[in-house]
Design a protein around this ligand. Structure first.
Ligand code: PMV
Length: 314
């Protein structure tokens, strides 16, 4: 295959699901935002050894070990999707400031970054939609049948209204200005595949109860979109709180996530909820302004948990 250069780079953004993780799997609209932190992939030509992957991303202890097999599977899927031979002598290095943990889109960010770097290295000239499709193939190595919401945020950036369907729908949503958030990390690596499977099982067992919750989630997505478009931040926060209750109802939150959500609310967050697959991983608090962001971040840190101070709508 033709190489453009001896070295190439690509970026993939982390993400924060603001509304309707899990529900999105069942074609209910969700709202996701890229965050400022990203993974950077570098591809370099080597003399031998086929494709090698060096992972130097900062991560929750145990995260990389736990995901190693998934990562190998994912890389193979990306190479296949891009028609790149496993025998090509290449070194792919992953770095960047995105702290890898469950719930922040670390796997999608790495898939997007790798696809972008390989595209540049081999001078393929792919557009964002093609990069997004390749990143989605890579995500399957981690999640089985992901909805595609994570790789959309990683690839396109900004804030997105995302609906899974035969063909996924993305619509960019614009915020008046970026808003500070705090993401609190439980420090526990979560298994999104198992969390998604748990919801499926309970949904089949309690169809009526789940149908009601799913209807509430659908209504909430539209209200949240209206509130974001009207820049009604108080309302957005209130709806995030409601979304957290719905996620509790489908049993994907846990004690640590609930405790961190409560801590953030008590410290003045406008709204707070778990984010991502749940059962470990991250929660998010809406904290407009540097001062409130710092207050909420400190309250979580004082409980001994790691936080990320970042922004949505960037
Ligand atoms: O655990 P994460 O951050 O990859 O988020 C997964 C989001 C889910 O809605 C739970 C699953 C999916 O495929 O959308």
């Amino acid at each position: 295959m033709n190489r453009c250069d001896n070295m190439a780079e690509g970026k993939g953004y982390g993400k924060c699901i603001l509304f309707n993780e899990h529900f999105v799997v069942y074609n209910i609209p969700s709202i996701v935002s890229a965050i400022g932190d990203y993974t950077l992939a570098t591809v370099e030509a080597t003399d031998s050894g086929g494709v090698q992957l060096i992972d130097e991303r900062p991560a929750t202890p145990g995260y990389k070990e736990e995901k190693l097999e998934h990562q190998k599977d994912s890389l193979q899927r990306i190479l296949d999707a891009m028609d790149i031979d496993q025998e090509e002598d290449l070194k792919i290095t992953l770095e960047g400031d995105l702290y890898c943990a469950s719930g922040i889109g670390a796997s999608a960010a790495s898939c997007t970054a790798i696809a972008r770097a390989l595209d540049q290295f081999f001078d393929m000239g792919l557009n964002d939609d093609q990069i997004n499709d390749i990143a989605y193939e890579g995500e399957k190595g981690y999640h089985g049948e992901p909805s595609g919401v994570d790789n959309a945020a990683s690839t396109y950036g900004g804030m997105i209204w995302f609906v899974r369907g035969e063909k996924n729908t993305f619509e960019p949503l614009s915020l008046k200005e970026p808003i500070e958030i705090v993401m609190g990390n439980t420090g526990r690596v979560a298994n999104t595949k198992a969390a998604v499977a748990g919801v499926k099982e309970r949904k089949e067992k309690y169809p009526e109860r789940y149908e009601e919750i799913f209807q509430d989630a659908r209504r909430l997505a539209h209200d949240a979109r209206d509130a974001l478009e009207a820049n009604d931040i108080e309302k957005v926060g209130e709806l995030m709180n409601t979304d957290h209750s719905l996620l509790q109802d489908i049993e994907v939150s846990d004690e640590d996530l609930d405790m961190l959500v409560e801590t953030a609310r008590s410290a003045g967050a406008v709204g707070a909820k778990m984010t991502g697959g749940g059962l470990g991983g991250y929660m998010v608090a809406l904290t407009p302004g540097k001062e409130l962001q710092e207050k909420v971040a400190k309250a979580i840190e004082d409980k001994g948990f790691r936080v990320l101070r970042t922004k949505i709508g960037v």
